[in-house]
Design a protein around this ligand. Structure first.
Ligand code: PMP
Length: 432
């Protein structure tokens, strides 16, 4: 069993200098671990405890922490280059070539630094193109911290689908122009389009809403969204910040066979290094003012930095040259299969959801189709389960309506060790 005295001491110190001692809202969870080292599938805390990591820093680590090939390419790039205020770099061109080659909707691409920036740019571009103001997003989907989208994510049950600002200080106009729909409910989306005819600039969707775990799109749902956007003259934005490169080198759009107008990417595209992208049809992308005559502002001091571009090229090269997806999909199946077997054997009501390298154990008796279904999930049981798993060296997401992610550096032994720890913890919890 793990102890964390040094982590707790440092956490007290961290709080003196930063509000809550952490630098992203959702990071303030017990036990307050301070991490000092990461390698492959493992992370280490300030007390020297080792954990098999499935949180993967909320998703970027598709290859594993501190991957030698990616880090090597970043160090090599920094040996000769870094950041330039004007012009472009050979690394930016090479990465743009790779993304436009692999991602079906990406006729052209622009780089920024975070997923939030990417969705902001995609939404503003949609408004410029359509002349409309409104945006459709789904309850439970997350698209970043800005006013256009930072709402109706993990809403309280009585706030589902209602006006639920995610933050104090948001602009009323932004809140009022974002309409909330129910995932997997095409009729609801169609009705929203009908009632707001000519006023909707874009529909943004996580093709799999991984921000609430792993709610799979029902057959025909994504194709239905494609059709509705075409019929009503709105742009379809796939937010592939999580699914992009994780589920396929071409993103989930390739798996689903549905091509959006614009795509946002981040996280797994660079295995933990900070870079994101907005991509889409050339005739739309040409509206950005990186193109002479373009009238949609696009800028960022750090856009195209050698660190992110070199890391992303190297990450994509790994996917091109090694069986990355085959490995993580196989281990994902092993994890889900093993867990289902354990839960069945122990008679614990749970639904193990997932796709490829991702899994979520919902403590409820059926497959959730949208956010409201998660009211049936036993969140308290999960919190206790996670805490006990951490004591056994397994590091998972703080909430069970978030997903866990497997990387190329995880081994079958890691999965089996994890299943063994899960079985011991679940058995113990069941007997209490
Ligand atoms: N879109 C999705 C689907 C995300 O999961 C996230 C981050 N969790 C974002 C956008 C925002 O990305 P970032 O945190 O890099 O701004």
């Amino acid at each position: 069993m793990k102890n964390y005295p040094e982590s707790l001491r440092l956490y007290e110190e961290a709080k003196l200098y930063s509000p809550g001692g952490v630098h992203t809202s959702i990071r303030n969870v017990e036990p307050h671990l301070i991490f000092t080292r990461a390698e492959g599938a493992y992370v280490y805390d300030a007390d020297g405890n080792r954990y098999i990591d499935y949180q993967a820093a909320f998703g970027p680590f598709i290859l594993g922490h501190n991957h030698p090939y990616v880090n090597g390419k970043v160090i090599e790039a920094l040996g000769r280059t870094d950041l330039f205020g004007v012009g472009t770099t050979d690394l930016e061109i090479e990465l743009a070539k790779k993304i436009t080659k692999h991602v079906p909707s990406a006729e052209q691409v622009l780089f920024c630094n975070s997923g939030s920036e990417a969705t902001y740019h995609a939404i503003r571009l949609s408004r410029a193109i359509t002349g409309a103001k409104k945006l459709i997003k789904f309850q439970g989907c997350y698209h970043g911290w800005h006013d256009y989208v930072a709402r109706n994510m993990l809403s309280a049950w009585d706030k589902i689908g209602t006006r639920d600002p995610g933050s104090a200080g948001m602009m009323d106009e932004a809140i009022d122009n974002t309409l909330i729909c129910t995932f997997n409910d095409l009729e609801n989306v169609e009705e929203t389009f009908r009632q707001n005819k000519g006023e909707i600039a874009a529909l943004i969707v996580e093709p799999i809403p991984h921000n609430v775990g792993c709610i799979l799109p029902q057959p025909g749902f994504l194709a239905g969204l494609r059709q509705l956007c075409t019929d009503y003259g709105a742009l379809l934005i796939f937010d592939e910040v999580i699914t992009g490169f994780r589920h396929d080198i071409g993103g989930f759009q390739k798996v689903a066979g549905v091509t959006p107008d614009l795509t946002t990417m981040g996280k797994a595209m660079a295995n933990g290094f900070p870079i994101a992208a907005v991509a889409g049809k050339k005739r739309y992308m040409q509206r950005f003012n990186t193109q002479p005559g373009g009238d949609v502002w696009f800028a960022g001091t750090y856009n195209g930095h050698a660190v992110g571009t070199a890391a992303s090229i190297a990450t994509i090269e790994m996917m091109e040259n090694e069986p990355v997806h085959e490995h993580v999909f196989r281990l994902g199946d092993r994890m889900r299969g093993g867990l289902r077997e354990i839960l069945d054997r122990l008679g614990i009501e749970a639904y193990v959801a997932g796709f490829g390298s991702v899994w979520t154990t919902y403590f409820m008796g059926f497959e959730p189709k949208h956010y409201a279904d998660l009211q049936h999930n036993d969140a308290e049981f999960y919190v206790a389960y996670r805490k006990k798993l951490i004591e056994r060296g397994i590091f998972k997401m703080p909430m069970n309506i978030k997903r866990n992610s497997i990387g190329y550096s995880h081994t079958e032994q890691d999965i089996d060790d994890t299943l063994e720890a899960m079985e011991a913890v679940l058995k113990d919890m069941k007997n209490k």
